[in-house]
Design a protein around this ligand. Structure first.
Ligand code: SF4
Length: 265
């Protein structure tokens, strides 16, 4: 089912459900919803970490909240002021592929937030930061929240099941459409159609055609510029694949040991 991401100002005039409702401050969401959380609200997005959070901190138990960072470097300290939301809401921080990503992911998970990385075509330095964040996600035993796309890709690689990065990062235009203040689709959110986009990659004989990660990536990093060089993100996929293989081996060794010791009892 298609989910529309709409500004809070459109909520009452927009009959289609489900919706993701976004606003710069919690008060705008409370004003749009009324006393109760209406049916069909998938989750809410706060688009400014500086906005007033108090109206959500004491209302709406269980309503999922997505905090959208615009600049992970500059906004890092603002994460602390968002922690009161965790008492009533499952809260995720959406972090763009920009400088400051590694520290933002580390602080977000240590404060108890889930994380989603968004955007595309990161610089080489930002990919290295993403690899540091992945290393922390894989090896820090205190990490209790999912960090996407690491979590979804790791599970899929571990169990060798299909996964689609567009879907994992909520960027599939067949599933989520982001509308502007006039109710028109925002044009900078991704290709209009994934099948059409993939066809254009094939037609252009893009790097994806020979990429070992095409099945899970789906050409995600080739939007908007098809000439983006994927060396860095391919290493990220390889890191995840190696971690999944190591985990699979450990699980198999554990099962063999458990079954072996069971024989002797
Ligand atoms: S990693 Fe790059 S080359 Fe490989 S499928 Fe994704 S976008 Fe295409």
């Amino acid at each position: 089912m298609m989910v529309h991401n709409i500004p809070a100002a459109l909520f009452r005039a927009f009959p289609d459900r489900p919706v993701i409702v976004r606003a710069a401050a919690g008060g705008q969401l409370r004003a749009a919803f009324g006393a109760e959380i209406p049916d069909g609200v998938a989750f809410v997005q706060l688009t400014a970490l500086t906005g007033d959070l108090a109206p959500l901190a004491d209302w709406g138990d269980g309503l999922a909240v997505d905090l959208v960072m615009a600049d992970p470097e500059a906004e890092l300290p603002l994460l602390y002021r968002c922690t009161p939301l965790l008492a009533r809401h499952p809260v995720r921080v959406t972090i763009p592929w920009l400088p400051g990503l590694a520290r933002a992911v580390k602080l977000a998970v240590s404060l108890g937030f889930a994380v989603r990385l968004v955007g595309s075509q990161p610089s080489a330095a930002t990919v290295e930061e993403a690899r540091q964040a992945l290393d922390m996600f894989l090896h820090n035993p205190t990490v209790a929240q999912p960090v996407e796309p690491f979590h979804g890709l790791l599970i899929a690689f571990l169990h060798q099941t299909p996964v689609d990065l567009w879907d994992l990062l909520e960027r599939d235009p067949a599933q989520i459409r982001v509308l502007d203040e006039r109710g028109e689709p925002l044009s900078d959110q991704g290709p209009e159609s994934l099948s059409g986009f993939r066809e254009s990659l094939r037609a252009a004989a893009a790097e994806c055609c020979a990429c070992p990660w095409l099945a899970s990536c789906g050409g995600y990093f080739k939007w908007p510029r098809i000439d983006f060089a994927c060396d860095g993100v391919k290493r990220l996929f390889a890191d995840l694949d190696a971690a999944a293989a190591e985990l699979r081996q450990s699980l198999a060794a554990y099962a063999a040991e458990r079954d072996g010791s069971g024989d002797g009892v």
